[in-house]
Design a protein around this ligand. Structure first.
Ligand SMILES: Cc1ncc(COP(=O)(O)O)c(C=O)c1O
Length: 460
């Protein structure tokens, strides 16, 4: 990136032939791509051998870093034994049954079942279809609409993108689809009114949700979807008691709660699942990313027993459950996921994340206290955000034309640190294997980059 592109180089061929995800084509053509050549622990290396500490674990996903040999060996063993089989028409494999059992146990969805897919978007869309089946079986087929939240990210396929609450996911596509609604994002830093405390904020959020349900008609609403902590919208931890109160409203109107654990699951927030961090009790959970440390595209939905019973009832007359992906329960993905979970258990993932997360947060709080443009440090476990502001007291945002977040990303990148801005919130979600020295290194590079940004903005 930002260096001359030589003819016939990887960069040149990539520009010529590759249409990228979430990339501005003009910038891509001007600056060229970052060609990632290899990984080692929490670091990646470009073609020239420059190393970057990836404090985003790629896309919030490579929890075991970029070169885990046990995962490679698990995949290799499975490829040699059985490189593919499917799970349609009553087929299964030992690993599939073992992983399903493990996921039901880990998530605490007693008596539930695990369904497999290959991406987070597919998992979220599967939850929506299961919600429709559930209500139909119970004689309420009009319950179809789904409520998500502003600033949410739930994926890129059409229904998943409709559940996003981010304009850039809808703009070119004429989304959201009809029947996908949004309620207020529970962001205490930006959303609380003057004089309002957290408890009052929670009441207002619950009242707004109820108002939306009543306006649309409770008989038309199937489900509510949320991440325990909103990752892509800016690492937004809801106010205390939020989910308990929201779930009261959902129960009152017979609306299912779909928990998107795609980022928060598998230790990220300092618990096995984000639902524990925010005290939520979902009807279904979508898992991906950390499930396999993204060494294989595999995702899962874990459902409460009532959801399974509905699928069974729906197909009682002899029909199949008309849903599935060729690679649902792919044996290699399953083998990698089982090995990843084994490693998480052996390393005591929850304690490790809490310790490393507290250390990183401590650094960020010190850095934030000394910076004139850090308004808030927030998050849980190893999922932390730093919100930049023009005025710490009033929380006035920086002028959007300054593009402070992207400027930070660029400076950090030049300093060998990969972070990810979401507007003016700087996101950090490093591989969960990060150690003390690496945490200190992330903080050191962040501090140096922030100081450079302050000088650039003329506020140092
Ligand atoms: C919270 C959340 N849900 C869903 C998704 C979609 O996952 P995938 O890209 O695997 O479809 C993502 C991806 O970043 C995500 O962060």
């Amino acid at each position: 990136m930002n260096k001359p592109v030589l003819p016939n180089s990887v960069e040149a061929r990539d520009i010529a032939y590759h249409l990228h995800s979430q990339t501005n084509p003009t910038l891509m053509e001007e600056r060229g791509p970052l060609v990632v050549a290899r990984g080692e622990g929490v670091r990646i290396y470009d073609e020239a051998g420059k190393s970057y500490i990836d404090a985003m674990a790629g896309l919030w996903c490579a929890s075991l870093g970029f070169s885990n040999e046990r995962l490679a060996a698990a995949a290799g063993r499975q490829y040699a034994q059985l490189g593919f089989y499917h799970t349609f028409f009553q087929r299964t494999m030992e690993g599939v049954a073992t992983l399903a059992e493990k996921l039901v146990e880990l998530t605490g969805m007693e008596g539930g079942k695990a369904y497999f897919a290959t991406s987070g978007s597919e998992a979220n869309e599967t939850m929506v279809k299961l919600a429709w089946v559930y209500h139909t079986v119970r004689g309420r087929p009009t319950k179809r609409k789904v409520i998500a939240r502003d600033r949410a990210f739930h994926g890129s396929t059409i229904a998943a993108a409709s559940m996003c609450g981010l304009g850039f996911m809808h703009r070119e596509f004429g989304l959201p689809l009809p029947g996908f609604l949004h309620t207020i994002c529970p962001d205490p830093y930006r959303g609380m009114l003057e004089g309002e405390d957290e408890a009052a904020f929670v009441e207002r959020l619950a009242a707004e949700l109820e108002k939306l349900i009543l306006r649309e008609g409770p008989d038309s609403i199937a489900a509510f979807i949320a991440e325990p902590i909103n990752a892509g919208g800016g690492i937004i931890l809801p106010p205390k008691g939020y989910f308990a109160r929201i779930q009261q409203v959902l129960k009152k109107y017979d609306i299912l709660f779909l928990d998107d654990e795609i980022v928060c699951g598998f230790g990220r927030t300092g618990n096995w699942f984000g639902k524990e961090t925010v005290d939520a009790s979902p009807d279904m959970m979508a898992l991906a990313k950390g499930l396999s440390s993204s060494y294989f595209p595999i995702s899962a939905v874990v459902v409460a027993p009532a959801i399974y019973e509905a699928v069974k009832e729906f197909n009682k007359a002899g029909g199949n459950f008309g849903h599935g992906f060729t690679n649902s329960g792919h044996p290699v993905g399953v083998a990698v996921a089982l090995e990843a979970i084994k490693i998480y258990e052996e390393m005591g993932i929850v304690e490790h994340v809490r310790t490393m997360g507290a250390r990183l947060r401590g650094h960020f709080e010190r850095i934030g206290a000394a910076s004139p443009i850090v308004g808030q440090v927030r998050g849980a476990g190893l999922m932390l955000g730093i919100e930049l502001v023009a005025d710490k007291q009033s929380r006035a945002p920086l002028d959007p034309h300054l593009q402070a977040g992207p400027a930070f990303d660029q400076i950090a990148y030049e300093n060998g640190l990969i972070a990810r801005c979401m507007g003016d919130v700087l996101g950090f979600s490093p591989p969960l294997i990060v150690n003390e020295a690496e945490v200190d290194e992330i903080a050191g590079r962040c501090e140096a980059s922030l100081k450079q940004l302050e000088r650039k903005l003329g506020v140092a």
